[in-house]
Write a protein that binds this ligand. Structure first.
Ligand code: ZN
Length: 383
């Protein structure tokens, strides 16, 4: 993950901190400066932010470890100032499983809130417990500090340190639950919404509806965020809007591709290059414009690699016309059976970033599938 600092690996999942996370600490310093906090209270504030992101991280592990139960791996977890992202390899397609994976995150925060409540009860008694509850109530009403100040006078204690930040952290966890359950796909609430719809309408239609709703709410986030100077909300809105669109396109694409097999889209006529031929040959072929990537064979007619457009262009620039093709090939050739689903093949091409796949039938090469042909097919059929 570029621009990120690797923190540690836990449960086999690497955890990264995005560079922009540094802004959080600048923000904390700014709050501290604006409110004239002393060093001790600044440290408490920083500690609060650290604990908050600990809670966000556990939330993401809630998703990741539930997904693992259904055989879905998590590539990594990234912490950003606007929240955490567990990058699951894919979403489980069974609606019930997606529902459970999505709800597991907010459930972690429910549990954390309950734990923090009991921790408070354990640590504080008498007046201090009254004060703990007072902080809870005060902040529950979103920052009105005018009401019921006599509690402070009666007890003579000012809530500070743990007595202040513990209830605030508890409330933050509740806020995380509420916020994440907003049905703005692909936020957790939106995934839950999609999963519930998918049980009745099927995945494609459900995703379309959830994505529309997600985009509508995202627009509200942006408008409200800009209006109220809540820029992180506006940023989340932009993120939700773009990912909702992208996921909807992805699901429609998958549904389209699933209807085809390799043999439907492969090209049976393709040029076979010899590993010891000169680069002059593929350069000429590339200039003719019909093929962009090529299969390369050795003298025993065994497939040994692919020659991709980028490498041919490289040779062209260096005027390396008489170099052997073998110097430019990529040896990891992907071979798929002709009955293989195009959905699988598409993701294989994307994941490995290769231009060309060979298609075989009972050990016999019968055709190729290339990126350009596939893109062309999608362009014609995705409307
Ligand atoms: Zn979540």
């Amino acid at each position: 993950m570029r621009g990120s600092l690797k923190l540690f690996t836990w449960f086999g999942i690497p955890v990264y901190l995005h560079w922009s996370f540094g802004l959080i600490f600048l923000y904390a310093l700014w709050i501290s400066y604006a409110n004239n906090l002393d060093t001790l209270n600044t440290v408490w504030l920083m500690g609060y932010f650290a604990a908050l992101f600990g809670c966000v991280l556990l939330h993401e592990y809630g998703h990741a470890l539930t997904a693992r139960r259904y055989g879905v791996r998590t590539q990594d977890i990234i912490l950003t100032p606007i929240g955490g992202i567990a990058r699951l390899e894919r979403m489980p397609e069974k609606p019930v499983q997606e529902f459970l994976v999505a709800i597991a995150g907010p459930l972690v925060n429910v549990v954390l809130a309950a734990l923090l409540f009991f921790l408070g009860k354990l640590l504080f008694e008498g007046d201090r417990w009254t004060l703990f509850n007072w902080v809870l109530e005060q902040n529950m009403m979103f920052g009105g500090e005018t009401e019921d100040m006599d509690v402070l006078e009666e007890t003579g204690i000012t809530p500070s340190g743990l007595l202040y930040y513990l209830p605030v952290l508890l409330l933050t966890n509740i806020a995380l639950v509420v916020f994440n359950l907003i049905p703005a796909f692909p936020m957790d609430g939106g995934r839950i919404f999609r999963a519930l719809l998918a049980m009745r309408l099927g995945r494609v239609r459900a995703t379309q509806l959830a994505s529309w709703m997600g985009q509508a709410i995202a627009v509200l986030f942006v408008v409200f965020g800009l209006w109220k100077n809540a820029f992180s909300l506006a940023l989340i809105g932009i993120f939700v809007f773009t990912t909702a669109r992208a996921e909807n396109n992805m699901v429609r694409l998958d549904a389209l591709l699933r209807r085809f097999k390799a043999r439907d889209l492969m090209r049976p006529n393709f040029t076979r290059l010899a590993v010891n031929d000169w680069m002059q040959t593929p350069i000429g072929l590339l200039n003719q414009g019909l093929e962009r990537h090529f299969l390369v064979f050795d003298l025993q007619d065994q497939l040994v690699g692919i020659l991709e457009e980028a490498r041919i262009v490289e040779a062209m620039k260096k005027r390396d016309l008489s170099a052997e093709i073998g110097q430019y090939i990529r040896p990891d050739v992907g071979v798929v059976g002709q009955e293989e689903s195009m959905e699988y093949i598409f993701h294989l091409l994307q994941q490995r970033g290769i231009g060309l796949l060979a298609v075989a039938d009972r050990g016999e090469l019968v055709g190729v599938i290339d990126q350009a042909g596939l893109q062309n097919f999608l362009r014609l059929n995705s409307r």
